[in-house]
Design a protein around this ligand. Structure first.
Ligand code: COA
Length: 176
């Protein structure tokens, strides 16, 4: 039984190994997250979890600190959302401060909208005053997720070229 209001964000943990692996299989079936080899992750899950946690403190050159959260409901890992603490020129064009994904079987139930709401609270704790989010022009679902979290479109649609992503800003100051 999934109650949307009971959705929580958790730092990566071995506790969610089984459902994380189901999430990864579904992601691979969509040809996403293929940089994580299923068997490597499965066989040394602790190392994988550690690598996700370390993104918050140890960044390769050119990367910024990133807090990774797993979206959990009813003890099931059903998606991920991450907060990049700073922006680079690259992230300003693609990626922004917050990125998210929900497993295909759990889409259309409000989980991304709820997860973004929760992530904004975490972003405030990190010290952000606003969050930049970018999305494909044809990613209607993601645009709705952002708009429902008070995102403001800052791209000038008349000047946007075909390759550019839409940019939205969400003010975080008002969040408790
Ligand atoms: C975008 C994504 C995170 C949305 O997750 P979700 O949990 O399904 O989103 P929600 O259930 O909170 O729905 C948000 C809105 O999108 C709409 N929506 C969901 N799936 C949709 C679809 N396939 N087509 C059109 N609208 C859709 C919902 O109806 C809802 O809008 P509404 O309130 O007006 O009804 C999910 O589709 C996903 O993981 N996609 C692949 C990764 C991705 O695109 N990430 C975002 C990168 S910017």
């Amino acid at each position: 039984m999934f109650v949307l209001e009971e959705t929580i964000l958790k730092k990566p943990s071995v506790l969610y190994k089984d459902t994380f692996l189901e999430w990864l299989s579904e992601a691979h079936a969509e040809n996403t997250y293929i940089f994580w080899d299923y068997n490597t992750v499965k066989n040394d899950f602790q190392s994988f979890v550690d690598s996700q946690l370390s993104k918050e403190i140890m960044c390769p050159i050119g990367n910024v600190p990133e807090s990774v959260y797993w979206i959990i409901n009813n003890n099931v890992m059903l998606g991920r959302i991450s907060i990049r603490h700073q922006l680079t020129d690259k992230l300003r064009e693609k990626g922004g401060n917050i990125g998210y994904q929900i497993s295909k079987s759990y889409r259309g139930k409000g989980f991304a909208t709820k997860a973004l709401e929760l992530a904004l609270v975490e972003a405030k704790k990190i010290g952000l005053n606003e969050a930049l989010l970018t999305t494909d022009r044809n990613n209607y679902a993601s645009q709705r997720v952002i708009l429902k979290n008070s995102g403001e479109l800052i791209s000038d649609l008349n000047k946007l070229n075909d390759h550019e992503l839409l940019k939205y800003l969400i003010s975080i100051n008002h969040i408790n």
